[in-house]
Ligand binder design. Structure first.
Ligand code: ADP
Ligand code: MG
Length: 885
């Protein structure tokens, strides 16, 4: 007994044993939960403290130590190590130390850049925030899912990801896809009755498990385990660490790097052979070969690319686009087609009921929703149906749920029909959730022993299930004629861009009656959703950027055309197709296929038809971005090159499946993200071009000098100094620049295109020639014309090269941009990098210890003038000929 007491006092993690075996009341009692109130603030705070956050432990943080150790595994470091040891062995103490210091500096720079890349990636992972709807202190509200604690009462709806393990206390037609946990592919029906103690996990139908998806229905459950205590937590150890794939770009860069290494090794051998045959000092020849190899290895490439991509992800997140994978940034830039939905993306999703259509009567509703509503029984009825057959709520003007539904609540409230009060009179006993397949939903309500079925949905769908219509005080058979009249009415309003909803009802004898049969039509509600103001501009940007935009909507074709016309999308009737045509694409004639591929609007589309669209276009080599919000959209979001989920309106399942989540649901955000994607790719290309043209030039300069038997224009330590210390900053600065202004006026990049194309290599070749002429020219003038001894002449060739490489950043501008005011000159990082570069050069020449080690001698005025003049040659030629197109 005292032992027991001790245990409960400890208040450590106590777990409820087999909660599926207990009644829901019992579970609530054990967790000290008042089901009407939920946990109170104090309980929630204490439990969060003792149970911790509801998180699966993330992948192990990469420790700084680990990163440091990794630095010493790189090829450059190994080469430097060899060089340093060799120097010591030959008794060259000063050289040995200098190389060792270069090695440490290189490791330090590598370490800090990689640390930055890793930490920003980790911060990005924390950005994604899943929320949960809980009942606490007697109120429902949304909290971060990480803050859930055992005992919390969680409300769950179709489309939610289950945030923790829960014992259900309410389940309305609730079904969950638990394949992630159990492997069972069909959704499991959920209920609340207690089960046998020995029930296996896959059959615990009164439980919901963290990480699974609610596919339909709604319910409420008591959290019984969070974080690593959940079933998912138990297996999470298995799935951790599987992420961290290299992006295709990083892989390509690695390959590029390896090829360059090979190239330099060959050149190194040539230089060494030529030097040895020419009878030069063996140590110097070997050191030069090694230094050259180090010079040309662009080891910074993948890291700088990662930093550029991660930084891009940050900036996109700041602009409301959350990217889930680094590689998506790259793919985004190559997007050729955007399939966009209409509601909320092209429109504001501020639905308002603008008209109620009853048989033989139309009620207009003005902007501020204060209708002059006649006290009409039929109107009361249709509003009641709209309010009952509804999952949203209005809380002091705060809307929760689908805007289509809140719009119905709003108009009803203005007429004095309140959902809460009405539900007390007509408690809900069953719900048939809205599905994009049926385009309808139904709820069952019990009142005085009778059962009322309330239905709402797309007019064609609902009309097809109606047998009678309310006319005046009577119910009249729905003849073919009247049906046609309603259909015509539907079309008329839809063409004005209105979204139409039909409302119907019936009385049933029992709860399991078929909801969609024998209904009585009440009428239509026409909702208006204003188009977003920024869409036309974004569409123009897409047109200029060679990106096609196609509307894909579940709505009526006429509504779709109405909105398309309002935002400036092609709204031709001939270019508007219904999703049905995608049912069997094999059976399409070539003309039909043609029309499918030319369409600008697909209406009444189901989630499977979205998949067909994606396949159709991907087969043609297009890079497809597809938007989606529902659970059923998850496969399409996964299949598209860029799956785009809506942050506000989307289900959590869709967000999980997507590559990009739009925090603001705006179409314009997609276009902005594409612009960033393109800009980032171009920046990466820029710094690669920059690094490689500089490095190849160095190799060429040394090789040529050796071949003609001239003294070395650059000494090994000098080469290390330029490459390991001077190079990084301009490259990073280029990687961080703004996008070229014309970036959205060019066609999309071919995704198969290498980072550096043939044209770029030609440019690099050209730059190499100019660099070589400039630097060797300076060297020759000093040696031959001015007859300066080689020890001093080397200072001139070295300084000329360093400066020429600094000025070379300005060659990276868009050839069509203005010479002085372009994306390079306006990038503050560039000026910072040039400042650092100049500082490094001046310290190398004028800092006593350093200048001795590097073998540099302070030049006089005349020599400085020569250095400056020759260093400007690559810039002047580069700007005149525009080698970097
Ligand atoms: P959209 O592309 O406009 O989001 P949806 O697939 O969501 O299209 O909706 C298709 C049709 O289903 C709508 O035109 C509307 O008539 C009907 N509908 C939409 N939401 C609901 C709902 N919550 N309940 C009943 N019917 C709905
Ligand atoms: Mg919708």
């Amino acid at each position: 007994m005292p032992k027991n007491l001790m245990k409960s006092k400890e208040k450590k993690k106590e777990q409820i044993q087999s909660p599926w075996n207990l009644s829901a009341e019992k579970v609530a009692e054990q967790l000290k939960l008042d089901p009407d109130q939920g946990l109170n603030k104090e309980q929630a705070r204490k439990r969060l403290h003792s149970y911790g956050f509801n998180r699966l432990r993330r992948k192990q943080k990469v420790s700084a130590w680990q990163l440091l150790v990794n630095q010493f595994k790189s090829l450059v470091i190994i080469l430097l190590g060899i060089a340093s040891v060799a120097a010591f062995l030959f008794g060259e103490w000063l050289e040995g130390f200098a190389v060792a210091i270069a090695l440490l500096l290189n490791a330090a720079i590598g370490f800090f850049t990689e640390l930055k890349a890793t930490r920003s990636m980790e911060a990005l992972q924390r950005l994604e925030r899943v929320t949960a709807r809980v009942h606490r202190n007697g109120q429902s509200r949304e909290i971060p899912a990480a803050e859930l604690v055992p005992g919390d009462l969680v409300l769950i709806d179709a489309g939610d990801l289950v945030p923790a393990d829960m014992r259900l206390i309410e389940a309305n037609r609730l079904r969950a896809d638990e394949s992630a946990l159990t492997g069972e592919s069909l959704p499991t029906h959920k209920m609340t009755d207690p089960l046998d103690q020995s029930t296996p996990l896959a059959e615990r139908t009164n439980m919901l498990f963290k990480g699974t998806a609610v596919t339909s229905g709604s319910g409420a459950g008591i959290v019984i385990a969070t974080g690593m205590d959940t079933e998912l937590g138990n297996i999470a150890g298995l799935v951790q660490g599987a992420e961290d794939e290299m992006t295709p770009l990083e892989k390509r860069l690695e390959r590029l790097g390896r090829r360059l290494v090979l190239l330099t090794l060959v050149m190194g051998v040539v230089v060494a052979a030529a030097g040895l045959i020419g009878g030069r000092d063996v140590t110097l020849v070997l050191e030069t070969a090694i230094a050259m190899a180090i010079a040309a290895v662009p080891e910074g490439l993948p890291v700088v690319a990662t930093i550029a991509l991660a930084r891009g992800m940050w900036r996109m997140a700041e602009h409301n686009a959350l990217i889930s994978r680094l590689s998506a940034v790259e793919t985004l830039g190559a997007t050729t087609i955007i399939f966009t939905d209409k509601t909320g993306t092209l429109t504001e999703n501020r639905m308002r009921v603008r008209r109620v259509i009853l048989s033989g009567e139309e009620i207009e509703i003005n902007e501020d929703q204060t209708p002059d509503l006649p006290q009409d029984a039929r109107l009361q009825k249709i509003l009641q149906i709209g309010v009952l057959c509804n999952n949203a709520s209005l809380n002091q003007e705060k809307e929760i749920g689908d805007p289509t539904e809140t719009a119905l609540l709003r108009i009803a409230e203005a007429a004095g029909v309140h959902r809460q009060a009405l539900l007390e009179e007509y408690p809900e006993i069953r719900e048939e959730a809205f599905s994009t397949e049926t385009k309808m939903m139904a709820t069952f309500h019990e009142q005085e022993g009778k059962i009322l079925v309330a239905v709402k949905g797309a007019p064609e769908a609902v009309l097809a299930c109606c047998a009678r219509v309310a006319e005046g005080d009577e119910l009249v058979e729905l003849s073919q004629n009247t049906r046609n009249e309603w259909v015509a009415q539907n079309r008329l309003l839809a063409e004005q861009g209105m979204r139409l909803m039909a409302l119907a009802y019936k009385e049933a004898d029992n709860k399991s009656a078929e909801p969609y049969a024998d209904l009585i039509l009440s009428g239509f509600a026409a909702l208006h959703d204003p188009p977003r103001k920024d869409v036309p501009a974004a569409l123009e940007e897409c047109a200029a950027a060679g990106i096609r935009v196609i509307m894909v909507t579940g709505d009526h074709p006429a509504t779709a055309r109405g909105i398309a016309a309002a935002v400036g999308l092609e709204a031709d009737e001939s270019k508007t197709l219904k999703g049905d045509v995608l049912q069997d694409t094999d059976a399409l004639s070539s003309e039909e296929l043609e029309s499918v591929l030319n369409a600008s609007i697909f209406a009444r589309v189901t989630p499977e038809q979205k998949l067909t669209l994606i396949s159709l276009y991907r087969q043609r080599g297009e890079i497809v971005a597809m938007t989606g919000d529902g659970v059923n959209d998850a496969p399409a979001l996964k299949k598209a090159d860029i799956g785009v989920a809506m942050g506000k309106r989307g289900t959590q399942v869709a967000k999980e499946a997507a590559d990009m989540v739009l925090k603001d649901d705006r179409f314009g955000t997609i276009v902005e993200a594409i612009r960033y994607g393109r800009g980032i790719f171009n920046n990466i290309r820029n710094f690669i071009y920059y690094l490689i043209s500089g490095n190849v030039s160095e190799v060429a300069i040394i090789t040529l000098a050796t071949l003609v038997g001239a003294p070395l224009p650059l000494l090994p330590l000098q080469i290390l100094y330029i490459n390991l210390i001077g190079d990084v900053f301009p490259a990073l600065a280029l990687g961080m620049g703004e996008a070229r202004p014309r970036i959205m006026q060019q066609p999309p990049r071919d995704p198969e295109e290498p980072v550096l194309t043939g044209r770029h290599w030609l440019g690099i070749g050209g730059h190499t020639i100019v660099f070589t002429i400039a630097v060797l020219g300076a060297f020759a003038v000093a040696l031959v014309l001015w007859e300066i001894p080689p020890e001093r002449a080397v200072t001139i060739s070295f300084s000329s090269l360093v400066l020429a490489r600094l000025w070379h950043v300005f060659n990276m501008r868009d050839a069509a941009s203005p010479l002085f005011c372009n994306e390079i000159t306006t990038n503050p990082h560039i000026w910072g990098a040039i400042g650092i570069g100049l500082g490094l050069l001046l310290s190398a020449i004028y800092l006593p210890g350093l200048s001795n080690v590097l073998g540099l001698v302070a030049p006089n005025i005349q020599e400085w003038l020569l250095i400056l003049t020759t260093s400007l040659i690559p810039l002047v030629v580069g700007q005149t000929v525009k080698l970097r197109a």
